[in-house]
Write a protein that binds this ligand. Structure first.
Ligand code: IPE
Ligand code: IPE
Ligand code: MG
Length: 227
């Protein structure tokens, strides 16, 4: 079976999952963090090298402040509690997005966990936090202007993205039945295979993950050529 080197996931449907059960949206996010953790293990077991998780978009600031605070606290406390074990399992953490605009406690923890896991090599988990594809492109353009070093092409433009060394995602999965990118990896995903699952993220299982991999295995990537 063809295994993607990099999977990126739009973990959508936490709120609907909670609503269906008469719970607060927050409980959907909490369950969602647990599922993300499980999926990281599945990636590791399959020898997938990069997993990018869309945790908070630049547009998610439009949500109620209580939900935003909950999401940031959840990210921080979950990562904190899982760090020792993840480190043992060889998971390197990296962050993608306008990290400097996050609350200082979270920002500092992102720096800490990146340094702590720098040497881990089995799987890189990239958490997209305060991430927007358009913001990333605008930030890249401004870096280019500041550098004032002439024109760029597609190859050199990549060097100005947030994580230039990370290969583009082979497969982008979105849960919850929505079929859009919502500003996720719009440069990097230009030739990614897309997979939409109807399951809400907190309900996403090992079997659902295997179905996505099976679907990827059947795709023929042509990049515009005749094959
Ligand atoms: C995705 O679930 C998680 C984040 C955006 C942080 P949602 O919170 O968007 O859940 P729905 O789409 O309202 O069901
Ligand atoms: C995308 O989901 C962002 C994350 C999963 C973090 P949203 O729920 O915010 O996207 P829209 O609003 O449905 O497009
Ligand atoms: Mg949503």
């Amino acid at each position: 079976m063809k295994i993607p080197q990099h999977i990126a996931i739009i973990m959508d449907g936490n709120g609907r999952w909670a609503k269906k059960r008469g719970f607060q949206r927050q409980s959907g996010h909490a369950r969602g963090a647990y599922v993300a953790d499980n999926v990281a293990h599945m990636c590791s077991d399959h020898g997938i090298k990069y997993l990018t998780l869309y945790a908070f978009s630049t547009e998610n600031w439009k949500r109620p402040q209580t939900e935003i605070n909950f999401l940031f606290n959840l990210t921080l406390s979950y990562l904190k509690s899982r760090l020792p074990e993840m480190k043992k399992e060889g998971v390197r953490f990296r962050f993608l997005g306008r990290i400097n605009d996050l609350p200082p406690k979270l920002r500092e923890f992102c720096d800490f966990i990146e340094t702590e896991t720098f040497d881990c090599e089995k799987l890189t988990v990239i958490i997209a936090l305060n991430y927007g594809g358009r913001a990333e492109i605008v930030d890249a353009v401004n870096k280019i202007i500041e550098k004032n070093d002439g024109r760029v092409d597609e190859k050199s433009f990549k060097d100005f993205l947030y994580l230039p060394d990370v290969p583009y995602p082979d497969l982008i999965i979105r849960t919850s039945g929505e079929e859009r990118l919502s500003n996720f990896l719009i440069w990097q995903g230009a030739y990614s295979e897309l997979y939409f699952a109807d399951k809400l993220w907190p309900d996403f299982t090992h079997e659902d993950f295997e179905l996505a991999l099976k679907s990827f295995d059947k795709r023929q990537r042509k990049y515009g050529a005749v094959i």
